[in-house]
Write a protein that binds this ligand. Structure first.
Ligand SMILES: *Cc1c(COP(=O)(O)O)cnc(C)c1O
Length: 422
């Protein structure tokens, strides 16, 4: 059973102040996740660079910075966000692809660690920001990525990273250009519930590190395991045992060190989902019940607020506030109001009997939730709220208003009177 980290009274209290729908994040949950991760890797020099795209709110980034995390950015604006909360230098990882010149320039001027996606970016970076003394290279091993014979991902279809040969070639070129230290990065599968993902990935990267070191005599100062650790979206799923992950990555290193004498590199991570996913919920109100060939519960939130179910068919658990103990005996499609039939938060979901006015929690929306929001059908982004351990909360982003929607138009003759609320 999944229970939201706020109850009906708190949910209504926030709704009365900021309106619905809204996102609420559990600050202490995020801190605990980071602490657990740091502890699992306390055997090495470890740093988690939170993937900013998962929940790009400066208040979230600030609490991650205060808890010892870094920021993983992939665009100019994400770099600005990170810089705005005090991240600088090597506390920023810049893992971009198809990177515009001004993005590289901004990353270099902040002193961020550059994670280079492609061999052709060497010349580009040299022109736009310059080659740093320490650089990370993104590896794509191609083929299928398997764990115990099971296919977990298909790197051969992924646009990211360099081939093995390109990695070696890039190291040679960069060494010539004065690079002294290298990092190696790969991201081979997403939302991995399988605890063997990082150990397997670490094995691949340690092995590559050993070969790079042998062939070029350069220092591999870090291995970047990136993101990809999954979370239990379904109530019957279990969280990944992060302590076991840390232990098995250590074993993977020891095996490689024994074989090749690879000195211990630092380990870096860019987890997004794992860090905030379970600690954010989207709270929405049932505004209509509709009875046709199916039973529909219509919410005041829609896929523009949380895209994952429409985009990937993802499961997000739903709790009805105040009806936590009622029998889920009615089959519903829970929908938003977009003119798109995939705008459904749940399909054929058993829930307690719903009625207009009910407040629902859509769970595990703390990563790739708000941030994937959009304005289709003129829908507006919601507010975001940060809940503290003592039950206090603050608004960390107000909801968009029609004025925000109209702010980017400069349409001569269209003098539109836009009201903030109706
Ligand atoms: C999206 C992304 C991440 C975070 O992935 P999660 O699945 O949220 O852990 C980390 N690194 C890079 C380069 C990414 O694109």
């Amino acid at each position: 059973m999944k229970t939201p980290f706020i109850d009906r009274i708190k949910a209504e209290e926030i709704a009365a102040a900021v309106g619905t729908p809204y996102y609420v994040y559990d600050a202490e949950g995020i801190r605990k996740a980071l602490r657990g991760l740091q502890k699992a890797f306390s055997w090495c020099d470890f740093k988690e660079y939170y993937a900013v795209k998962a929940c790009p709110n400066p208040y979230i980034l600030k609490l991650i910075r205060e808890a010892g995390g870094g920021a993983d950015c992939s665009s100019y604006t994400e770099l600005l966000l990170a810089a705005s909360v005090g991240f600088e230098g090597e506390s920023i990882m810049f893992s971009s692809n198809v990177t515009p010149a001004e993005d590289f320039e901004a990353a270099r001027s902040l002193g961020a660690l550059i994670n280079l996606d492609d061999i052709t970016h060497i010349d580009f970076l040299e022109k736009h920001g310059g080659i740093p003394g320490k650089i990370c290279l993104r590896y794509n091993p191609g083929g299928h990525f398997e764990i115990s014979g099971e296919i977990m991902g298909s790197p051969e279809e992924a646009k990211y990273g360099m081939t093995r040969e390109q990695i070696f070639e890039a190291v040679g070129i960069l060494k010539e250009k004065g690079v002294k230290e290298f990092g190696l990065h790969a991201f081979l599968a997403s939302n991995m519930q399988n605890g063997d993902y990082w150990p397997k990935l670490a094995e691949i990267l340690f092995e590559l590190a050993a070969e790079v070191r042998e062939r070029f005599g350069v220092r591999i100062s870090f291995v970047n395991l990136s993101g990809g650790i999954g979370i239990p979206y379904r109530p019957e799923e279990k969280p990944v045992d992060i302590r076991a992950v840390g232990k098995h990555v250590k074993e993977a290193f020891e095996k490689e060190a024994e074989k090749s004498g690879l000195p211990m590199p630092s380990i870096k991570a860019e987890l997004g989902r794992y860090m905030t996913g379970p600690y954010g919920i989207l709270v929405a109100r049932v505004i209509h019940m509709k009875h046709i060939y199916r039973e529909y519960a219509g919410l005041d939130a829609c896929a523009a607020n949380l895209m994952r179910p429409a985009m990937y068919g993802s499961y997000h658990h739903i709790t009805v506030f105040g009806k936590e103990n009622e029998t889920p005996d009615t089959l519903y499609d829970v929908t938003g109001g977009l003119c798109e039939n995939n705008d459904k938060f749940a399909v054929n979901r058993l829930l307690p009997k719903l009625e207009p006015g009910d407040l629902v929690a859509i769970h595990d929306a703390g990563a790739h939730g708000f941030s994937m929001g959009y304005n289709y059908n003129g829908k507006l982004r919601s507010a975001e709220v940060l809940l503290e351990k003592d039950g206090s909360w603050k608004l960390i982003r107000r909801a968009e208003t029609p004025k925000d929607y109209f702010a980017t138009f400069d349409f001569e003759g269209a003098e539109i009177e836009v009201k903030d609320s109706f």
